[in-house]
Design a protein around this ligand. Sequence first.
Ligand code: SAH
Length: 373
Amino acid sequence: MADERVNLLGLPRTELEAFVASRLGAKPFRARQLMKWIYRRGAADFSSMSDLAQDFRAQLAEVAKISVPEIVTEQRSSDGTRKWMLRMDEVQGIETVYIPEPDRGTLCISSQVGCAMDCSFCATAQQGFNRNLSVAEIVGQVWLARRELDAGDPGGSNARITNIVLMGMGEPLANYRNVVPAMRVFTDDLGYDLSRRRVTLSTSGLVPQIYKLAEECNVALAVSLHAPNDALRNELVPINRKHPIDELLAACWHYIDKQNGRSITFEYVMLDGINDKPEHARQLARLLRGRPAKLNLIPFNGFPGTAYRRSPAAAILRFRDILNDNGVIATIRRTRGDDIDAACGQLAGKVTDRTLVRLGTRLNTVSRSSAEV
Ligand code: SAH
């Protein structure tokens, strides 16, 4: 018989309260107790929830479960970055990356198996789109990372994941229905209790969903711009053909107004000879000057089969300087975890055939090491 128990992992507070009321005739504070167990203490088993009456726990176990994805592999980078591959089915996986820094710990999570956006410089695009992740699979990535991080340090610090970024595999706004409830759990004080500025959703530019998000959720927004004009952006980020730059930027400024936000982070991958010329920097400055915008320059990370190359360090620095001189704040994203294919744009999520992927990337790494920034 099919398992009809409801997975409580990822249910936002209002839904969990409704669930305990309708299925168990319990008061809302039971939902709050459950959330504390699931998110603060990382419980996956009702029997361990010692402040719940025994018969309530038994009743719960009949109608509900706490079910998390399965970890297939873990890889650790020499720089401390950790990457987990989670099994979605026989061949497909998704990847979650933890990036420690002296003052914070960022968890980069996935929102879809594969991606349909087809950006020409992204490894995830190569595998095409498979399916949306459920709310439990999105929240489950944080739940698992917390467990793994605590494992090496029993009773360890809850503060280790200080930021969550939806910058892994997939286009989060194309899975709006599941991403928004997951973000509610991230910011709920009985969930992961992160301030809205510490949860960042990155999008390739789904304009209607940006307007929708402005009404419903107030997390920080990052936008994958990658080009200063439509002709070039049409090539790099094909969704631009549907929602060109002026429409996209209008949606961004609306989002900031509506959310009383500080600024949008625009991501810009540095591709040698493609979008890294001084003229591109000047065009960008004209688009963003005087706006609530920051630019994050991402040195291109290679993957097997790509014809793109990373811009030389000098070109990246010059690009940044032109922007800064023209009144736009620009920073260079430090490459993290590229020795384990965990850097931006390298997440491929193949459960099988890892050897091929690794060999190709290793060859790539050698050829681009001289361009490290
Ligand atoms: N789909 C969302 C979430 C991905 S975020 C989005 O497009 O924003 C990951 C960031 O890394 C995006 O800005 C993406 O464009 C960028 N990226 C993709 N491939 C890359 C690569 N090979 N090297 C560097 N950055 C890359």
